[in-house]
Design a protein around this ligand. Structure first.
Ligand SMILES: [Zn+2]
Length: 168
């Protein structure tokens, strides 16, 4: 079965200092990394450094540029690989529930994407799997830049997602 991009389950509890509601960031709180990726300002530099380092080593890591949905499935109105608006979270939740896999998408308002602190990556082969060069590079190096995979997205976990990484 094809691995699909998910809305990303996340059991993380938001800190009190975020300053905005999940999925409702004011424009000034976010930095544009790519057309598909905005992050909370303070993780922009570590994310850029991570991407630069991977690419310098020949690993084509980037925030996802496509939704990696099955043929015939129309994606969300706007691809949001990093910060995800509340409406975007609702789209993914509805999609996964429509195929009987609600557990693959966080309840809207509870995802770290909604705080601009999660990134879904692809590499030169497309969507990351646990065998992708991009995943293997992240597993070895992401911690240097403050990125990690929460337990529920790690390989073998119920919500495993090779592409989903977070920053505190
Ligand atoms: Zn994600």
């Amino acid at each position: 079965m094809t691995v699909l991009l998910s809305g990303c389950v996340d059991l993380w509890t938001p800190p009190m200092d975020t300053g905005f509601e999940n999925g409702q960031a004011p424009a000034g709180a976010l930095t544009v990394i790519t057309n598909e990726c905005l992050v909370i300002n303070r993780i922009a530099q570590p994310l850029r450094e991570l991407l630069d380092a991977a690419n310098a080593e020949g690993v084509g890591l980037a925030p996802e540029r496509s939704s990696f949905l099955p043929p015939g499935v129309t994606g969300p109105p706007k691809i949001e690989s990093c910060y995800r608006s509340y409406d975007g979270q609702v789209w993914w939740r509805n999609y996964y529930c429509s195929i009987g896999e609600c557990q693959k998408a966080a309840t809207p308002g509870s995802s770290k994407h909604g705080f601009g602190r999660a990134v879904d990556f692809q590499d030169q082969r497309g969507e990351l799997t646990f065998e992708s060069p991009g995943y293997l590079w992240l597993a070895a190096n992401a911690g240097t830049y403050g990125f990690y995979q929460p337990a529920n997205q790690q390989q073998g976990a119920p919500g495993e997602e090779a592409w989903h990484w977070e920053h505190e």
